[in-house]
Design a protein around this ligand. Structure first.
Ligand code: CAA
Length: 248
């Protein structure tokens, strides 16, 4: 089979950057898609991934706008070829207790974190099923499994991703397309560093391995799920949380 093209939304973020690197290392051509407005971060990203400069490119994409996302993805496919691997890693937080949460804080999080998954999958799913191969990995969160104080918006969106993942997995299972979610725990990312320090320290003390996760430890699992021979894993949620939440 020819070289796969992978699209990673949130591709220049903490987890996204490492996911791009891992996919490039395992032989994919990678499109890191993210808001084009963060030009300094885009430049830093291209520098950080320069060892894969032929294999990783940046494309601007706003996942939250349905029509714009559909049009941008059509352009990306035209420039880089059919996308057979989609990693939905775009996500934001607007943490505050429900009693203080504005409608905007609710809708911003739901629009990026959950509608964004619909928008990208809706635009790319037909191409994957028509070609008989696809890998979709949705980056959810342990907080979609446990809930978190101050995250009714984020926890709802991340739990919603699990339902979406399982439903779509059923729809495309016979077409060579797998759909899974990965639920990171607390990792060394800007999102986690934005949590007030006393709260963060308390959370770290509750992680059995005794530390935050590394983005590479999430990326490793994503890359595994994207492999051609990971074809029998679908509709699954893989927790990667240092033992913070254990379930079976
Ligand atoms: N646990 C228990 N009680 C808490 C609390 C907590 N985490 N946070 C606040 N409280 C208490 C407050 O002390 C306050 O008590 P009093 O009424 O007695 O004064 C009460 O609850 C109400 O607090 P507020 O309504 O003022 O809460 P707030 O709107 O200021 O929000 C918060 C507090 C900053 C959101 C805080 O709860 C918090 O940091 N929570 C954790 C958020 C978090 O973990 N985010 C993860 C971001 S990273 C990520 O999401 C990546 C991933 O996937 C893991």
């Amino acid at each position: 089979m020819s070289q796969h093209v992978a699209l990673v939304t949130g591709g220049i973020g903490g987890l996204g950057t490492e996911i791009c690197r891992h996919l490039a290392r395992s032989g994919k051509r990678v499109v890191a898609a993210d808001l084009g407005t963060r030009s300094e971060r885009v430049a830093a990203f291209l520098d950080e991934t320069s060892e894969h400069s032929g294999a990783i490119v940046f494309e601007p994409l706003d996942v939250s706008d349905h029509a714009g996302c559909t049009a941008s993805l059509a352009g990306i496919v035209e420039r880089h070829g059919p996308i057979s691997i989609l990693v939905n890693a775009a996500g934001i937080t607007r943490d505050t207790s429900l009693r203080k949460m504005s409608e905007r804080q609710w809708s911003d999080v739901l629009t990026v974190n959950l509608d964004g998954v619909f928008n990208t999958c809706r635009a790319l799913i037909d191409g994957m099923t028509e070609r008989g191969f696809g890998r979709i990995v949705n980056i959810s969160s342990v907080n979609g499994q446990t809930g978190q104080f101050g995250q009714t918006n984020y926890s709802a969106a991340k739990a919603g991703m699990h339902g979406f993942t399982m439903a779509l997995a059923r729809e495309v299972a016979r077409k060579g397309v797998t759909v899974n979610s990965v639920s990171p725990g607390y990792c060394e990312t800007a999102l986690v560093m934005a949590v007030p320090e006393p709260v963060r320290e308390q959370i770290i003390s509750d992680i059995p391995v005794g530390r935050l996760g590394k983005p590479s430890e999430i990326a490793r699992v994503v890359d595994f799920l994207c492999a051609e021979d990971s074809a029998f894993i679908t509709g699954a949620n893989i927790p990667v949380n240092g033992g913070y939440f254990m379930d079976f």
